[in-house]
Ligand binder design. Structure first.
Ligand code: CTP
Length: 398
C-alpha cells in the first residue's frame, strides 16, 4: 500500500521518540522507504544506530553532518521524499516551523521542502493547551500542514489530557491518507459528526441517537480521495475514522469553536446531529429529588447554529458548504427551506423517522439538493452514500 513511497521522518526530542522505532518498522513492512533525521535533542532519546538499523538507511543528525553536501544537499534531501513526517513534534519544533526558523538540519529541511508535511505532536498537556502552541498550530494548519493527534491519555510526566503522541499505526494511517493520490489532494475539508451532549448536571445530559456512522464514513471517503480532513466529533459510538485529524468535543458550543479553529477549509460537511438547545441553567452539583414529587424546572437556551454560522461567513467561507437535513415529515420541502435558511450550497436530505432505521443504522436514503435541483439516490449503505458524495465534492472543487 505504501510501496515505493518515500518518507522523510524528522524525529524530535521527546520521550515519544521511542515510538518512532516501531513506526519505521511498520512503514518498512508496508513497502515505504524511510529516511530518518534526528534533531540534536532526539539523540538523547533514541540512538542513531537503532534508528539506522530499522530504517536500513543513513541517519541524518544535523546540518553540519551534511559533509556529503555534494552527494545529497539539504534542499535535495527535503525534496526527494514524497512526504515529510515530524514525530514526535515537540512544542519547540512546532514553534520553529510556525515562524520559519532554520537553525538545524530538521528545521532547514522543513523550510526548504516543497512536499506535504504531516506532524504528530507530543508534549505536556499544559504546553499543548498554551495559547502560544495553539497559535502556532493554527498558523501551521493555514500553511497546509497536516496533523495526526495528539491523543488524550496518561503522560510520561504524570499528567492526563491531550498531548500524547498518536500510536504508530494511527500515524501510518495518516501517512497513507496524506500520500493517497486522488482528486482531493491538497484540499482541506472539515467534517462535523456525531451527537453533541449538553450537560444538565455533572451526571446527566441532553443527547440524541446519532451514532456518527455517516459523518465517519464521509471523513474516510474524503481522505481516500486524498483530502486533508479535520473531523470534529461529538461523543459518538462509531469508531473514529482513520487517517484524519480527529477533534473530540462534547457540546455544540465547543463544536462551533473547533469548526472556527479548523478554518480555512476548501469545503465543509456538517453531518453532526447538533443539539438545538442546551440548559440555560446547567449546574455543577447533581440535582436531587426534594421529596415533594415535583419535577425540577429546566430553562433552555438555543445553541449556536454551526452550519449557518459557517455558511454565512463573509470572510473565509469554504468554497463548498454541505449540510444535512434530518427530517421526519415533509422531508423535501423542509430540506429545501432549510438550505435557504442556513445559506449552505448543498443539503443532503434524509428521513430519520424510526421506521426507516436510518438514524443509528448502516444504510441511508438521501436526496441531494443544490442549485441545480434535486437528485434522489436509491437506498444504499452509509459508506456508499459517502463515496458518492465525496466524488461529487471532488468534482465541485476541481
Ligand atoms: N446544524 C448545526 N448546528 C446546529 C444545528 C444543526 O451545524 N446547532 C447542522 C447539522 O449538522 C445539519 C444541519 O444543520 O447539517 C441541519 O440539522 P437538522 O438537525 O436537520 O436541522 P436543525 O438546524 O436542527 O433545524 P430544525 O430544528 O428545523 O430541524
Amino acid at each position: 500500500m505504501l510501496h515505493g513511497r518515500k518518507v522523510l521522518l524528522v524525529i524530535g526530542g521527546g520521550i515519544a521518540a521511542y515510538k518512532c522505532l516501531d513506526l519505521i518498522r511498520r512503514l518498512a513492512e508496508r513497502g515505504a522507504t524511510v529516511t530518518p533525521v534526528l534533531t540534536r535533542a532526539a539523540t538523547e532519546f533514541v540512538t542513531p544506530l537503532s534508528v539506522a538499523a530499522l530504517a536500513g538507511d543513513k541517519v541524518y543528525t544535523d546540518l553540519f553532518d551534511l559533509t556529503d553536501e555534494a552527494e545529497m544537499g539539504h534542499i535535495q534531501l527535503s525534496r526527494a521524499a514524497d512526504l515529510l513526517v515530524v514525530a514526535p513534534a515537540t512544542a519547540d519544533l512546532l514553534a520553529k516551523m510556525a515562524t520559519g526558523q532554520a537553525n538545524d538540519l530538521a528545521t532547514t529541511l522543513l523550510l526548504a521542502t516543497d512536499k506535504p508535511v504531516l506532524v504528530a505532536p507530543a508534549m505536556n498537556v499544559r504546553m499543548w493547551e498554551h495559547p502560544a502552541t495553539q497559535r502556532n498550530i493554527a498558523t501551521l494548519k493555514t500553511d497546509g500542514v497536516r496533523f495526526v493527534g495528539p491523543n488524550d491519555g496518561n503522560m510520561a510526566c504524570g499528567e492526563f489530557g491531550p498531548g500524547r503522541m498518536s500510536e504508530p499505526l494511527e500515524i501510518v494511517s495518516a501517512i497513507t491518507a496524506a500520500l493517497a493520490d486522488g482528486p482531493l489532494n491538497g484540499k482541506h475539508i472539515l467534517v462535523t459528526s456525531g451527537p453533541t451532549h449538553e450537560p444538565i448536571d455533572p451526571v446527566r445530559y441532553i443527547a440524541n441517537r446519532s451514532s456518527g456512522a455517516q459523518g465517519t464514513a464521509i471523513a474516510e471517503a474524503l481522505a481516500a480521495l486524498g483530502a486533508n480532513v479535520t473531523f470534529i466529533t461529538g461523543p459518538a459510538d462509531a469508531e473514529r475514522p482513520k487517517g484524519v485529524n480527529v477533534v473530540e468535543v462534547q457540546t455544540a458550543q465547543q463544536m462551533l469553536e473547533a469548526a472556527k479553529n479548523a478554518l480555512p477549509a476548501d469545503a465543509a460537511v456538517f453531518a453532526a446531529a447538533v443539539a438545538d438547545w442546551r440548559m440555560a441553567n446547567a449546574v455543577n452539583s447533581k440535582i436531587k429529588k426534594d421529596g415533594s414529587g415535583s419535577m425540577p424546572s429546566f430553562e433552555f437556551a438555543e445553541n449556536p447554529d454551526i452550519l449557518r454560522t459557517v455558511s454565512q461567513m463573509t470572510d473565509g467561507r469554504p468554497q463548498l458548504v454541505v449540510g444535512f437535513a434530518a427530517e421526519t415529515d415533509d422531508v423535501l420541502a423542509n430540506a429545501i427551506a432549510k438550505r435557504e435558511r442556513k445559506g449552505c450550497d448543498w443539503i443532503v436530505a434524509n428521513d430519520v423517522s424510526p421506521e426507516t432505521g436510518i438514524m443509528g443504522g448502516a444504510e441511508n436514503a438521501v436526496t441531494l439538493i443544490s442549485d441545480s435541483g434535486q437528485d434522489t439516490w436509491e437506498r444504499m449503505s452509509k459508506i456508499e452514500v459517502s463515496r458518492k458524495l465525496s466524488a461529487k465534492i471532488a468534482e465541485a472543487l476541481s
